[in-house]
Design a protein around this ligand. Structure first.
Ligand code: KIV
Length: 276
């Protein structure tokens, strides 16, 4: 029988100001995706700082080729399930494709993900003018925001696939400008995905908000991975920037603990997980 948070050591809840303090103190932030209560409990037990209910669930849970078919109903369902498995870990939920089409839809989605499902923060992709307006509107309502730049999966068709971004100087400068824009609009956290290590380092050193990398090199303020990649159960080819932490270990708990330890020590990501 499932007993919520039985035997999980008590820890202080992770908060948004707490994440800012971690950046200031040079303590790396551990973030990992979860899509249900049982895995949320595993994250909680391993002392993961931030749980992300990513719209990657469209690929790893639902079996789609992209994140685009994920709906707000799906996100609310999975976010509520994850929230039931957490106590101290901060919960971030993705706004699905087109939920950012106007400010009214963004606020409606945030009301459901935060008010109904139990997220503490919502994540939006990109820095187009409508996204900046959305971040400002959420800031006015005191809803914490995680921005997401670089290889933003909801732009897969525009990019022509899941391709590394910011390789040319002009593109790198543009992503840095976007990072400053989302920070100015009120974002509290920034995920930067699929960019060269030098750009991940430049962005992390330039903005004040914590930067969480995924395929963005070791110099970010924290790291995030999809839990299916960490456990080596992703169907098909695992992304270069990920690592199977279950290989050579005998339990899910040990794999998640090793991931957390390697992020905190800086051992992950290693050069073979990075883009130059
Ligand atoms: O949807 C997701 O899981 C994400 C992470 C990969 C950052 O956005």
């Amino acid at each position: 029988m499932y007993v919520q948070n039985a035997n999980v050591p008590e820890r202080k809840p992770v908060t948004v100001p707490g994440l800012h303090a971690m950046k200031a103190q040079g303590r790396r932030i551990v973030m990992l995706t979860a899509y249900d209560a049982s895995f949320a409990w595993q994250l909680e037990a391993a002392g993961v700082d931030v749980a992300l209910v990513g719209d990657s669930l469209g690929m790893v849970v639902q079996g789609h080729r992209s994140t685009l078919p994920v709906t707000l109903e799906h996100m609310v369902y999975h976010t509520a399930a994850v929230a039931r498995g957490l106590s101290a870990t901060l919960l971030v939920a993705d706004l699905p494709f087109m939920a950012d089409r106007d400010v009214a839809h963004v606020l409606e989605a945030a009301a459901r993900l935060v008010g109904e499902a139990g997220a503490a923060m919502v994540k939006l992709e990109g820095a187009a003018p409508h996204v900046i307006a959305a971040i400002e509107a959420l800031r006015e309502r005191a809803v914490p925001v995680c921005a997401h730049l670089g290889l933003t999966p909801q732009s897969v068709h525009k990019f022509g696939g899941f391709r590394i971004q910011g390789r040319e100087q002009a593109a790198a400068d543009h992503i840095l400008a976007e990072a400053l824009a989302v920070q100015a609009a009120g974002a509290d956290l920034l995920v930067i995905e699929g960019v060269p290590t030098a750009l991940g380092e430049r962005i992390s050193a330039t903005v004040q908000i914590p930067v969480i990398g995924i395929g963005a090199g070791p110099h970010c303020d924290g790291q995030v991975l999809v839990i299916h990649d960490v456990l080596g159960v992703t169907p098909g080819k695992r992304p270069k920037f990920s690592k199977d932490f279950l290989a050579g270990r005998d339990s899910v708990a040990a794999a998640i603990a090793a991931y957390a330890e390697d992020v905190r020590s800086g051992a992950f990501p290693a050069p073979e997980h990075c883009f130059n």
